[in-house]
Design a protein around this ligand. Structure first.
Ligand code: NAD
Length: 302
């Protein structure tokens, strides 16, 4: 069984690392937050005090960090991962970050002869805990083959998107589409209500008609039709609105870098920026329906 270093034990990483422990791997845990390390150690991982302690001698390194600058410093810093690992180690970054940083880290790893993949995930905290994430993976075939078996222990689908950075590209395109259809779904539900339609009745119709989409049928932003949706628990995340804004910012930056027209993506970015600025920062991204309806205070007071 591969010995795995896991760095970044936050909302997502803690569940993912626990699944690797459950699968029988020796897991060395590191996070800047000592409580997060202790919590994973209580589940059978070995606590380590820094990046070097976690990764030296490991067969696999998995990182789940907030954003590009964290990934850059953890991989490329003087005491970072690339300064510690040997050539037979595979490096897997599951964070959602910008394509350019993912490619920079991949190039540095390739220079040192180390296999690296960017492998961001779709699915939230519940999927991380249940081991049902979807991984979209960027990197050469040989690195994908090394990473695949490990990722399968944390997910239900592992898909090779293409070369270095392709996993991040797939992730931000997917989430730009998600942001757009969530806002569209909220607009339709809000308009339907104002036109006198019962939300459940409209849901029953649209979910069997051409308006059907994931935001409506799996994550309905109006309370009632989908019991597991955050709309039924005062829009507690779930997938927090600032996370969606982060992904839309990454998508628009990437679009600008390749001169791609993203009219609705830009509009979605502006809507989520307003939602976050005007009180939605603690809410799930589906709470944007409250912002549209001018009812944000009701959602915040629960
Ligand atoms: P989080 O903030 O809960 O966890 C990040 C962890 O990284 C924290 O525990 C933090 O202490 C640790 N960390 C930061 N810098 C570090 C360093 N230098 N060394 C060691 N540890 C360090 O974030 P999260 O919700 O777990 O998300 C992680 C990534 O997954 C993000 O890129 C996010 O966009 C992506 N993601 C999140 C979700 C979700 O629903 N939360 C879903 C899909 C993807």
């Amino acid at each position: 069984m591969a010995e795995i270093a896991f760095i970044g034990l936050g909302n997502m990483g803690s569940g993912m690392a626990a699944n690797l422990v459950k699968a029988g791997h020796a897991v060395r845990a590191f996070d800047l937050n000592a409580d997060a390390v202790a919590a994973l150690a209580a589940k059978g991982a070995r606590a380590t005090a820094d990046v070097a302690g976690a990764v030296s001698g490991a067969d696999v390194v998995v990182t789940m960090l907030p954003a590009g600058p964290h990934v850059k410093s953890v991989y490329l810093g003087a005491d970072g991962i690339l300064a510690q690992v040997g050539e037979n180690c595979v490096l897997i970054d599951c964070s959602t970050i910008d394509v350019a940083t993912a490619r920079e880290v991949a190039a540095a790893a390739a220079e040192g002869g180390v296999a690296f993949v960017d492998a961001p995930v779709s699915g939230g905290v519940a999927a991380a805990e249940a081991g049902t994430l979807t991984f979209m993976v960027g990197g050469p075939d040989s690195a994908f083959e090394c990473a695949e078996a490990i990722l399968q222990k944390m997910g239900k689908a592992v898909i090779h998107a293409g070369d270095a950075g392709a996993g991040q590209a797939a992730k931000i395109c997917n989430n730009m589409l998600l942001g757009i259809h969530m806002i569209g779904t909220c607009e339709a539900l809000n308009l339907a209500k104002k036109l006198g339609l019962d939300p459940q009745r409209f849901f029953d119709i649209a979910s069997k008609a051409s308006g059907q989409n994931w935001s409506l049928t799996s994550y309905c932003p109006a309370p009632g039709p989908v019991p597991s949706a955050p709309s039924n628990r005062d829009y507690q995340p779930g997938f927090a609105a600032p996370m969606m804004l982060k992904d839309l910012n990454l998508a628009i930056d990437a679009a600008d870098s390749v001169d791609a027209k993203t009219l609705l993506g830009r509009e979605a970015q502006s809507v989520y920026q307003s939602f976050v600025n005007e009180g939605g920062a603690e809410l799930d991204f589906s709470g944007v329906i409250k912002w549209l309806a001018g009812e944000l205070d009701d959602a915040r007071s629960g």
